[in-house]
Design a protein around this ligand. Structure first.
Ligand code: UDX
Length: 438
């Protein structure tokens, strides 16, 4: 088996490396020559735990290659995966499919013999039909099938998610294509991963339905957290209490500053647009999008309140700016709303993130970037924890208190224990857990 992976972004690179680990010969293709040159030197374009080792091992094992030559990669491939970006289209919120369609045309021009063309990128329902039409139009003689095979991996645990998925979804009615896909995922049979074969349109929708459901689940618990603060209840206990009900499940019930990242914000919006286009609006998801947008802004208000109603002229220390730990990804991170709002309210901001500062510097201006957690909080009037990196979970509280001008901490990820913070002398604010009375 030989596959070509078009696009070496998050999904393409991780999927390519993991398929090669399964024993398949993989050629990863990208138009960006600098990226490919760096990959030849084993320099990863993203930070993802374990990825560099996985790539290195498979390149030296002769199963994984990188190239800018799409034609050659596609000619010899049994299956070609489209894993290019589908960003939000400026102006209307729909997914921008120009990269997908561009790739489809190039693949069509290059393919030789029966080829399975697989969309791995998250694409709106009906994209597979259009990819098929483009290929047919470009190469009327071509022997091919177009399959949908969405990816469910999470940044920070992408390799594990690929190697041990909850399920694999494959959308095609062609038995010939099903057989090729079955061969590619054969190693997962050993760990009894459910492989769901379905229609292509259904498969495309499964990906959006999964992501929007999870976004709704997070948004639900975030709103419950706000209510907890008002009524004097503890959202962590509420999450546990409802999550133990097997019908609800305990995952994705962690209240926080609002979801961000490369998928949820983009995919919720795209599904809302698709539904509106078909005249079947998804009112729940429309509300989820609105509530989450508002929430990220409200988090700055929370900080201001914790600082006694004003941050004007104050110095705020921020720990963590990535949208979640174990990634350098800043896309739609809550920090992109919170930090500018604090600056606008007159605060100066010092910040530290273990991996995301390179990217963050391009997106946030006027921030004093520091080398480590403790330098960040030196002489600050409040400490705000935005991303729950492990190294922020066990701060030396006495040292923190000694460095801060005032022992004010706003923990937007509920990492710390309220009683311990109170005993340590902090004025501690968190999410959905009311302040402990004196
Ligand atoms: C997500 C999906 O989980 C994955 O299946 C899909 O393929 C891509 O999108 P990812 O964006 O990498 O993955 O991260 P995830 O761990 O799902 O977190 C997304 C956002 O939700 C983060 O901002 C995170 O902080 C937030 N989140 C997650 C919560 O606020 N609470 C939770 O309980 C879980």
């Amino acid at each position: 088996m030989r596959i070509a992976m078009i696009g070496t972004g998050y999904v393409g690179l991780v999927s390519g490396a993991c398929f090669s680990e399964f024993g398949t010969n993989v050629v990863c293709v990208d138009k960006d020559e600098t990226k490919i040159n760096k990959l030849h030197e084993n320099i990863m374009p993203i930070f993802e735990p374990g990825l560099d080792k996985l790539v290195e091992n498979n390149v030296s094992g002769g199963r994984l290659e990188f190239t800018t030559d799409l034609k050659e990669a596609v000619q010899s491939a049994d299956a070609v995966f489209i894993a290019v970006g589908t960003p939000t289209r400026r102006g209307d919120g729909h997914a921008d499919l120009s990269y997908v369609y561009g790739a489809a045309k190039e693949i069509a021009e290059a393919m030789d013999g029966y080829t399975v063309v697989v969309t791995k990128s998250t694409v709106p329902v009906g994209t597979g039909d259009e990819v098929e039409r483009i290929i047919r139009e470009t190469r009327p003689d071509a022997d091919f099938d177009v399959v949908s095979n969405p990816e469910f991996l999470r940044e920070g645990s992408a390799i594990e998610d690929f190697m041990r998925p909850d399920r694999v979804v494959i959308g095609t009615e062609s038995e010939r294509a099903q057989e090729v896909m079955r061969q590619l995922y054969r190693p997962l049979f050993l760990i009894e991963t459910p492989i769901l074969f379905t229609q292509r349109r259904t498969s495309e929708l499964i990906k959006y339905a999964a992501n929007t459901f999870l976004a709704a689940k997070i948004t639900f618990i975030n709103e419950i957290a706000d209510l907890c603060e008002e009524v004097g209840a503890d959202v962590q206990a509420v999450s546990k209490g409802i999550g133990l009900d097997g019908r609800i499940g305990k995952k994705f019930l962690h209240a926080g500053p609002g979801y961000g990242g490369s998928c949820f914000p983009k995919d919720t919006l795209a599904l809302v647009k698709t539904a509106q286009q078909y005249g079947r609006p998804l009112k729940i998801i429309e509300t989820v999008v609105d509530v989450n947008e508002q929430r990220k802004k409200q988090m700055a208000e929370k900080v201001i309140k914790a600082c006694g109603g004003s941050v004007d002229g104050k110095k705020i220390a921020v720990l963590g700016v990535a949208f979640k730990p174990n990634t350098d990804d800043m896309r739609d991170s809550p920090s992109l709303d919170i930090i500018p709002a604090l600056q606008e309210a007159g605060a100066s901001v010092a910040a530290f993130d273990p991996e995301a500062m390179g990217e963050a510097k391009e997106m946030l201006s006027g921030v004093d970037w520091k080398e480590n957690s403790y330098d960040t909080m030196d002489n600050a009037d409040a400490l705000v924890l935005i991303t729950e990196w492990n190294e922020f979970r066990m701060l030396d509280l006495d040292r923190v208190k000694g460095l801060l001008n005032a022992p004010v901490m706003v923990d937007l990820r509920n990492v710390y224990n309220r009683q311990e913070m109170k005993d340590a002398g902090f004025d501690y604010t968190c999410i959905g857990r009311p302040k402990l009375e004196d």
